[in-house]
Design a protein around this ligand. Structure first.
Ligand code: TAP
Length: 454
């Protein structure tokens, strides 16, 4: 039996050794989901809603345990990890209202009536990355189950423990056998099997754009339904008329949250040239104030990177001659630490400016006017997130409409909210998660014509 070792990224100590699911074990999970499929779609809507609420309550009762696992497995600060477990609970509760509102339509047609049904799409494979193991699992799981689909989740190799525990809580809450399973295995084995197996009718993949492309090609062979949530290189645009103090105070959170291992990281700060120096003077103390350290401490704001390999990759974006304007702090000793790092001025071809770093590194660049800001913001193959700082409401709306990205905030660093659709433009993905329409991605519309003429 092959296994993988889960390391605590803050201590480099072993947390657990987990069996790695083979292709055959993944097939067995798929067979159990096939057996559960009809029973789950036939559960009465009110009962399915009650089961989702019970599942949410079970997660709620285990927030501390789940947060503790994520602190150990991912190095997330404990306050953040509690929020992440709470997000799973909230998303399950939000979508527990959906089964009883899964309404079709009645369409007037000649010779009869046509009614539509939203049918469950079938077995759903959720392939989850290591950066937000709990929320990203929940965003697919809640609506997929609410729509009447069995779900098989494949967590990332480095961070399987919370998903495994959440699946146990689902069973304890009364979800029938085979309705929600977790296969902890390699992407190239268990993940690939979910993509290749004909009984899996939909894949929800969150991860790198590179692997997303391969998954899309795999799904194309079977015309398999697919949602892709991929990489980002988002802009935080600060106009001269903004409340600069607020913009500078929140910029570190927008990029250094989760140690920058965030698809929504606003890793390019674009600042209007006339206030560039003032903004940098305000940004420096804000970056130096970021509390980096022991993830188990309630005052910690930023933990380590996920692994030694990932730290090496992040460090490659900051070579010895990099234009480092200033840095924050990071502990010495064991752990995959990397201090928050601000680069300026950067060349337009600097990889730290053009590529997704997925670490606590931000490039700050000046712009001249509104048109210039929009052109720079859009000069990337990605389009996931973004923020705009200005006191001019008209400008805020004009720029928000012009920036080619899926999720924007004005005078705020907020990114994902479960009430609103989330997803990317361009190479940041395909389809939307969350929000009131999320069940559309987990159902097929069926129309039935009923003749009324004799
Ligand atoms: P990836 O290396 O792409 O891995 C993501 C998931 O895919 C993991 O579970 C991985 O399993 C699995 N996988 C790898 N190869 C596979 C294959 N051939 N078939 C099926 N599954 C496969 O990404 P990552 O490094 O974990 O995460 C970082 C990336 O995710 C960043 O680019 C980030 O921007 C993106 N991300 C995007 C979003 C949204 S919402 N747009 C959110 C978070 C992260 P293993 O762990 O076993 O390799």
């Amino acid at each position: 039996m092959s296994t993988f070792t889960v390391l605590n990224p803050a201590t480099e100590q072993t947390v657990a050794t987990v069996p790695s699911a083979s292709a055959e074990e993944t097939d067995a999970a798929i067979a159990r989901a096939v057996a559960a499929r009809t029973g789950w779609r036939e559960v009465a809507p009110g009962e399915r809603a009650a089961l989702l609420r019970a599942f949410a309550d079970a997660v709620d009762a285990h927030i501390e345990e789940l947060a503790g696992l994520e602190v150990a497995c991912s190095g997330h600060p404990v306050g953040q990890a509690r929020w992440e477990a709470g997000n799973v609970r909230d998303v399950l509760r939000y979508y527990s209202a959906a089964p009883e509102r899964l309404c079709g339509r009645q369409i007037p047609v000649p010779g009869g009536v046509d009614v539509t049904f939203k049918e469950p799409v079938g077995i759903v494979g959720l392939i989850v990355p290591w950066n937000f193991p709990m929320p990203i699992l929940g965003w697919g799981l809640g609506p997929a189950l609410a729509a009447g689909n069995p779900v098989i989740a494949k967590p990332a190799e480095r961070t399987p423990l919370t998903a495994v525990r959440i699946a146990e809580l689902a069973r304890e809450a009364g979800l029938p056998d085979g309705v929600f399973q977790v296969v902890a295995g390699k992407g190239s084995v268990a993940g690939q099997r979910l993509v290749d197996h004909e009984a899996v009718r939909k894949i929800v993949f969150t991860g790198s754009t590179e692997v997303g492309r391969q998954i899309m090609a795999g799904c194309a062979r079977q015309v398999k339904r697919l949602t892709l949530e991929l990489g980002g290189k988002s802009a935080n645009i600060v106009f001269a008329d903004a409340d600069l103090q607020r913009a500078a105070a929140s910029a570190p959170q927008a990029v250094f949250d989760n140690a920058g291992q965030d698809c929504c990281a606003r890793s390019r700060i674009l600042v209007q040239r006339s206030v560039f120096d003032r903004f940098m003077a305000m940004l420096e103390p804000a970056v130096k104030r970021v509390a980096v350290g022991d993830p188990a401490s309630p005052v910690t704001e930023m933990g380590p990177l996920i692994s030694a390999e990932h730290r090496e990759r992040v460090a490659s974006f900051v070579p010895a001659d990099a234009p480092v304007a200033f840095r924050g702090h990071a502990p010495d000793g064991p752990g995959y630490w990397f201090a928050p790092t601000v680069l300026a001025p950067v060349r337009p071809d600097d990889p730290a400016y053009t590529e997704e770093v997925f670490g606590p590194v931000v490039a700050v660049v000046p712009f001249e006017d509104e048109a210039d800001a929009v052109a720079i913001a859009n000069d990337t193959p990605y389009g996931l997130s973004g923020s705009i700082w200005t006191e001019n409401l008209g400008r805020a709306l004009r720029v928000a409409r012009a920036v080619e990205t899926g999720n924007l905030s004005v005078n705020s660093h907020a990114s994902v909210r479960y009430w609103t659709p989330f997803g990317g433009f361009k190479q940041s993905g395909l389809g939307r998660e969350l929000g009131p329409d999320a069940l559309d991605a987990f159902t097929e519309a069926k129309n039935v014509f009923i003749a009324t003429e004799e």
